[in-house]
Write a protein that binds this ligand. Structure first.
Ligand code: FAD
Length: 399
């Protein structure tokens, strides 16, 4: 691709920059993992959608601008550089929506996307279970056929923002006899439906950023199944590739952190401390490398290719980069890094960022799992032994 931006891209970037300069809340919104913060972030989503900046790549009929992926990358760069609020709707916008575009029906897209874009319906990802995290195919929650739909039962866990969200999407075992990667069905459900109980879980910072979801014969109509029943694994893998490879963590996020780190070094760094200086420079170079690599991905996508196992390389790269940058900042701040609130540098944003970066090597598939995928599917190394090859799920022992 041509790295010189054309007039259209430059005009778009200027429009985004000007709008953000006039609209980004100051002081920043409270944490979206609190009830008040969640509501304020929901309002922010509506505000973004009114300006048609919520989902720039979506078609205009769904509140988007039909913008190119390059424009999306530019939007994200401006968004993070401006210190704009985190996206409370991100699991719907960046995980479920791409899945609906690829595997959903027209009726589902028409019904669900506008409310998602405006933050009127915030979605929680309900994939993980107590015995199914890395080994997602070990899912035990069930979908049982009933008149006009399915009944969902089981327990989901670590569901981000489910404590306050409206809807959930997840995988359910609909065929006990099938091989465990088959017999899974991808369903959407209402978090306030009869039979759903939500139990919030506090994260490291004490806020209920997660929840457990208990489902007891929760009815979902047929029109809330994505793809064919039993085809949920295939549908889910396209969601996972999006999450790891592009949509969840754009380069803008890391470029903005690298720039904050550079400024911190200018203010706090000791020129004699070449080791820390090297870490700052290394972070800046890696953030820029990630941006350029993303341009390669965009070029491939625009030529009709899709994201595959290389998404694991991307995920591994950004999760390590984020932790390295936050750690370098804490080292620069020294004992001050432990301060929070008004007294702290940037109101404690570095300490918060550090704590959250520790989750990067876990969510979206752990670093070890990404390495397994890279080893097996890119480098062609021998596969991990499959405990259950060809065995129906009902006969598999999950320890
Ligand atoms: C901040 C955050 C947000 C999250 N949000 C959501 C969400 O919204 N929805 C959702 O469904 N889930 C969510 N998760 C859950 C996340 O997807 C899981 O935590 C993750 O997939 C790991 O699963 P687990 O916790 O069960 O760990 P386990 O799978 O039990 O893994 C434990 C350890 O063993 C290692 N391990 C496991 N299997 C292998 C193997 N085959 N080879 C090598 N090492 C292995 C892992 O890498 C890890 O270090 C979130 C997690 C975090 C931290």
């Amino acid at each position: 691709m041509d790295l010189e931006l054309d007039d259209e891209a430059l005009a778009f970037r200027d429009e985004v920059r000007a709008w953000l300069a006039a609209n980004v809340p100051d002081p920043p919104l409270p944490s979206m993992d609190t009830e008040e913060g969640f509501l304020r972030h929901r309002e922010w989503e509506r505000h973004l959608a009114d300006a048609r900046f919520s989902v720039v790549t979506w078609p205009e009929r769904y509140t988007g601008r039909a913008a190119s992926l390059l424009q999306w990358v530019l939007f994200e760069e401006e968004y993070y550089a401006a210190g704009a609020p985190g996206r409370v709707g991100q699991n719907g916008l960046f995980l479920l929506a791409p899945t609906l575009f690829a595997h959903g029906t027209q009726e589902q897209r028409d019904r669900l996307l506008p409310a998602m874009a405006r933050g009127e319906q915030v979605w929680a990802q309900a994939w993980s279970e107590p015995e199914a995290g890395s080994d997602l195919a070990a899912i035990r929650s069930t979908a049982v056929r009933t008149d006009g739909g399915w009944k969902l039962s089981g327990q989901k866990t670590w569901s981000s923002r489910a404590a306050f969200a409206d809807k959930g999407f997840g995988l359910f075992r609909s065929d006990q006899q099938a091989h465990r990667h088959r017999g899974l069905t991808y369903a959407m459900f209402d978090l306030r439906a009869e039979g759903v109980s939500i139990r919030p879980i506090a994260q490291l910072d004490g806020d209920p950023g997660f929840a457990e979801i208990f489902l007891d014969e929760v009815f979902v109509p047929d029109h809330d199944i994505i793809g064919e029943p039993g085809e949920g694994w295939r549908v889910a893998m396209s969601t996972a590739n999006n999450e790891r490879g592009l949509s969840l963590r754009s380069p803008g996020r890391f470029l903005a952190t690298a720039e904050r780190l550079r400024k911190l070094w200018k203010e706090r760094g000791d020129a004699a401390d070449t080791s820390t200086q090297d870490r700052v420079v290394d972070a800046w170079i890696r953030a820029r490398a990630y941006q350029l690599y993303t341009f390669t991905t965009l070029t491939r996508l625009s030529e009709g290719e899709s994201l595959g196992p290389e998404s694991s390389v991307t995920k591994l790269f950004w999760s390590r980069l984020d932790t390295a940058m936050q750690e370098t900042a804490l080292d620069l701040l020294g004992p001050e890094s432990e301060l929070s609130g008004e007294a702290a540098v940037e109101s404690g944003k570095w300490a918060d960022g550090y704590l959250f970066s520790l989750a990067g090597p876990i969510y979206g598939g752990t670093d070890q799992i990404q390495r397994n995928i890279i080893g097996e599917r890119i480098l062609g190394l021998p596969k991990e032994p499959e405990v259950d090859k060809g065995v129906p799920f009902s006969e598999v022992r999950v320890s």
